[in-house]
Design a protein around this ligand. Structure first.
Ligand SMILES: Nc1ncnc2c1ncn2[C@@H]1O[C@H](COP(=O)(O)OP(=O)(O)OP(=O)(O)O)[C@@H](O)[C@H]1O
Length: 697
């Protein structure tokens, strides 16, 4: 096995050679364009083409040398790293995304999406709206990013939205304490494959609980594992909480504290009353919001996976806490996918289990139907986008990981080269958020639950006698009357018992801390039966929360591969739904008539809403196919001389590289149906004559 230094040198060589090939490839393309315009002569072009061929051979040799030394398999950590670098290079080269403010050196955790990245994101969000908002008739809102402090105080973010941070005691560089621990334990396990099973289990239990340790527990573990600052190897401070919200002030006076929202959910909760009214005062209903969220992450890392500004798509589904059944659960109950319940995470096997969601709900593994319904719909959403279902699991939070008020929480985790990544959080948050905002705003955020038929209900009625109170308590009578009326049923019954026994009872006013003596003549407390048509309830909230950037990045990794036998020909196998461009139109060779035909087809595609691109560059058709494969275009139309004579074009599908010949009049409709997923490629092959593939090299 090669030393780390040897491997690093081989890898650096490989990266440099890849850059040479990319640069020279661009040069060749530019020269060929210039040749077309007769600005250079052919001999010059041939020279650069020959240089590119030689560089490609060198690159292949460098790759073989690296693989031989590293024993690279896709599953080894070196293999994963190499795969990740290949994907990232392809993504950055093709401007899917790039570090923001790059010409000024960039800022950690901030990224720009370039043209194909924007298109992929827009397609995913459009599908999200269709799959959730349209399917469930959700009420979509768009609320401000700048949020006043009072809202985030009520939600608990001002006090508790923190991560535990440690500092390098000499340089003050900051790190997330749980991430340092996780990296160190993973590294230890990877470097010591011969650890005894009980030792492995002990370390794996630390990993399973890494999110839930307190500052003291984390501090003790950092010491136990002898963890120091990664770059300098200096000692670290003790862990302490760091609030992740970006603070700002609202208005010119600087007196109103605000924050950039760390999630979009609060905008929905504070609008609950209006949304309920809009929905005809009926439960259940869901509201949805797509928007930017901001978190001042301590140490952003892993590209798009942990950033400081990102797009969230969130749903708040408001439901009767006593009835969390879902009318459409029957449609998804037989879906089977990987669930990783709490018991499995703590058991010896530690493996997710292929489970029918209907069984998981029936057995009480998933708390209720509505939560189960959203888990299943999220499975469908992600797999329809192109996420590999064998690398998608739903992991239940350990009891200690959940907030005290939460009923049940599951994360959709997707495996990529960084490991299993939480991409969607699905939580039953009970009535917590609405109650918090009700209390802080003094506005009741409740719904009226109508019974099927009126019910006779016993109530405790508290009737203060204003005359007696006025006479006995003078100016204090009003506040005492209000306090008596505000008593809960339990408090009122306790007071009644005391009044009956002793003839008097104490009443303490919380706000002023005054205590008054209440006598029997001041208040009548009695049980009374009433017929009621319903009651006020605070709805429970089921919240699916989608980190759009994380889904996009995992999708990029799951879609990327190199064609067999040719490492250079890389492909993003995006589904037509996700693909930034659905079809490319290629005139076969440089020819005005072919170009004109191509433009006509391209325009017809645009008019019918199919994202397309025409490529009239003079490079070979095989190379042009390769170029569109690299950004994941699923279909290509080639306009050739038969088009001019017989009115037909060839249509190529990216994954099979099969081609059919099809009339120019039909091709737009067919591509549109393919792009919309209405027909499959196999249907097209069955209907139209297959043709010998035009050169693919
Ligand atoms: N810094 C971030 N960068 C990108 N996406 C993020 C970030 N933080 C959270 N998300 C995404 O937002 C979703 C909902 O946020 P939530 O508050 O549940 O995350 P979280 O549990 O704080 O995430 P983590 O534990 O990874 O920090 C997550 O499932 C994730 O996909």
């Amino acid at each position: 096995m090669a030393s780390e230094a040897e491997l690093a040198a081989l890898h650096a060589d490989l990266t440099a050679k890849q850059a040479d090939v990319n640069r020279t490839g661009d040069e060749v393309r530019a020269m060929k364009g210039a040749l077309k315009e007769k600005k250079v002569d052919k001999a010059e072009v041939d020279k650069v083409v020959a240089k590119l061929t030689a560089l490609k051979l060198e690159l292949k040799a460098a790759e073989d040398a690296y693989k031989a030394k590293a024993g690279v398999s896709k599953d080894s950590s070196e293999g994963r790293k190499k795969f990740r670098e290949d994907v990232s290079n392809a993504l950055e080269r093709r401007l899917f995304y790039i570090p923001a403010f790059k010409i000024y050196g960039g800022i950690a955790g901030l990224y720009d999406y370039g043209p194909p990245g924007c298109a992929v994101k827009a397609n995913i969000l459009q599908f999200w709206r269709q799959h959730y908002v349209m399917e469930e008739n959700m009420l979509e809102v768009e609320c401000p990013c700048v949020t006043p402090e009072v809202v985030l105080k009520a939600s608990g973010h001002v006090e508790k939205f923190t991560d535990l941070m440690v500092k390098d005691v000499k340089t003050s560089a900051c790190y997330r304490a749980d991430h340092l621990l996780k990296d160190a334990v993973e590294d230890l396990l990877e470097k010591n494959p011969t650890f005894a099973p009980d030792v492995v289990l002990e370390h794996k239990n630390v990993l399973a609980r890494v999110d839930e340790f307190s500052a003291d527990e984390l501090g003790a573990l950092l010491t136990k594992y002898k963890i120091v600052a990664p770059e300098t190897k200096n000692e670290l401070s003790k862990p302490y909480p760091f609030n992740l919200m970006f603070a700002t002030s609202i208005g010119p006076t600087g007196t109103m504290q605000g924050f950039l929202r760390p999630e979009t959910a609060q905008g929905i909760f504070v609008n609950f009353r209006d949304l309920l009214y809009y929905n005809g005062n009926k439960l259940p209903f869901a509201a949805a919001q797509i928007g930017q969220a901001f978190r001042n992450e301590i140490a952003p890392r892993q590209g798009l996976l942990r950033v400081r500004e990102f797009t969230l798509a969130e749903i708040e589904h408001f439901v009767d806490p006593e009835d969390k059944s879902h009318p459409k659960f029957k449609h998804v109950k037989d879906l089977e996918f990987l669930l990783y319940p709490r018991a499995e995470q703590l058991g010896a096997e530690k493996k997710p289990v292929l489970t029918k969601i209907g069984d998981a709900v029936a057995q009480g593994i998933v708390n209720n139907e509505t939560l189960g319904y959203f888990i299943a719909r999220t499975y469908l959403f992600l797999t329809k986008l192109g996420i590999d279902k064998t690398r998608l699991r739903f992991r239940q939070h350990l009891a200690s990981e959940m907030a005290h008020y939460a009923q049940d929480c599951w994360d959709a985790e997707i495996e990529c080269s960084y490991g299993w990544i939480e991409c969607v959080g699905l939580a039953d948050r009970a009535a917590y958020d609405l109650k918090q905002h009700s209390e802080e705003s003094k506005q009741p955020l409740i719904a009226f639950k109508r019974y099927d038929k009126p019910r006779e209900v016993e109530h405790v009625v508290v009737a203060p006698d204003s005359k007696v109170l006025g006479k006995m308590l003078k100016k204090d009578n009003k506040v005492v009357k209000e306090a008596l009326e505000a008593m809960s049923e339990e408090e009122a019954l306790a007071m009644q018992a005391k009044l009956e026994k002793d003839g008097e009872a104490p009443l303490t006013i919380c706000t002023t801390n005054q205590t008054f003596t209440i006598t029997r003549d001041m208040v009548k407390i009695a049980k009374e039966k009433r017929t009621e048509s319903g009651k006020n309830i605070t709805p429970s909230v089921i919240e699916p929360s989608f980190g759009v950037g994380r889904i996009i990045y995992c999708l990029f990794e799951h879609s990327y591969y190199a064609r067999e036998g040719d490492e250079q020909r890389t492909v993003f196998k995006f589904t037509p739904l996700v693909a930034p461009i659905k079809v490319t139109v290629f005139p076969l060779v440089s020819n005005a008539k072919l170009d004109e035909e191509g433009y006509q087809i391209s325009q017809a595609m645009t008019a019918s809403g199919v994202a397309n691109k025409i490529d009239t560059t003079a490079i070979s058709i095989g190379k042009r196919y390769a170029r569109t494969d690299e950004i994941g275009v699923p279909f290509a139309i080639t306009v050739d001389f038969e088009t001019l004579q017989g009115g037909t074009v060839t249509l190529r599908e990216r994954e099979t590289t099969e081609q059919v010949r099809i009339g120019t009049k039909q091709v737009v409709g067919v591509v549109r149906s393919l792009a919309d997923g209405v027909v499959a490629w196999s249907d097209v092959v069955a209907q139209y004559p297959k043709v010998e593939a035009k050169e693919e090299k």
